[in-house]
Design a protein around this ligand. Sequence first.
Ligand code: SP5
Ligand code: ZN
Length: 342
Amino acid sequence: MKTFYSPAHLLHAPKEEFEAGRLSPAVEVPERAERVRAEIERRKVGPILPPRRFGDDPILRVHGARFVSFLRAAYDDWRTRYPDDTADAIPSAWPARGMRLNASDIESRLGSYGSDTATPITRGTFEAAQAAVDVALSAAEAIHGGEGAAFALTRPPGHHASGDLFGGYCYFNNVAVAAQWLADRGLRPAILDVDYHHGNGTQAIFYARADVLFVSIHADPAFAFPHFLGFGDERGEGEGEGLNLNLPLPRFTAWDRYAEALQTALRRVREFSPDVLLVSLGLDTFEADPISHFRLGREDYFRLGEAIAGLCKPTLFAFEGGYNLEALSEITVNVLEGFAGH
Ligand code: SP5
Ligand code: ZN
């Protein structure tokens, strides 16, 4: 299996996030992708290739032009506002109920386009996010060209970013842009999101769409991030009615219960009969993940890959969350090997 990877992700290295009432060390760090890259070499998954540049157009098929302009300028605007400081840009006020959406200065723009305080914009964030999209698109192009599978080692992740919101460590929705690119070439994409957290951004982007299926297995938002989307009664709307499937699970879910949800998800994907499958591959379902509460073990990730392979579809895996630095690379490659049948 080919892996697509860009060192430009190193440009996005936030030191801290504001979470649980305090600034804490960032968990979405460059070392994540560097470790996975090394393990892919060590276990000989296949060649590691650089992405090509696709430019803004495929991004603009999914994200609003104002949102893209905001992200492009955000760090410089922030530095201009706070010239004698070095802190990264983090929103601190939002247009909450009863207020007016006003995206004039950098503070109001951060609050208008940002959804939480854990997703800092640093000097290199835009370039890294753009490269992550190119990585996902290059994998999509490989699959469009006839590859049976590809791994997009995307960082920063994407599934919490919607058409005009960044958050949950995500800026551009890598998987959504890749799915749209494939749909624009006449293919019928299904997206399976197995990150611990609900892919609220991806769901929002395709919620009213009949041509893209979104299925997500995740921690119940009744107790987990993103808190405000991902409930079981969200089934799509308009033409997209019935084309969104959320499978929220309780705290401490282990493989047996997870596997049941996975079978339900795979049944729905099969019924949709896609031309191509995109997997939002979060590894934060691991039992020792530092911010999550499922209990999948190392070996379970082989089973996950194998089960996905059972669909017999061209498959694009895109890296999302997963924060246990010691286990992350091993369990990521377990999925890829399980899929490839090693
Ligand atoms: C891509 C992805 O996995 N994004 C996840 C973003 C989650 N951000 C907030 C998580 C809150 C978890 N709180 C645990 C407290 C440990 N300090
Ligand atoms: Zn996650």
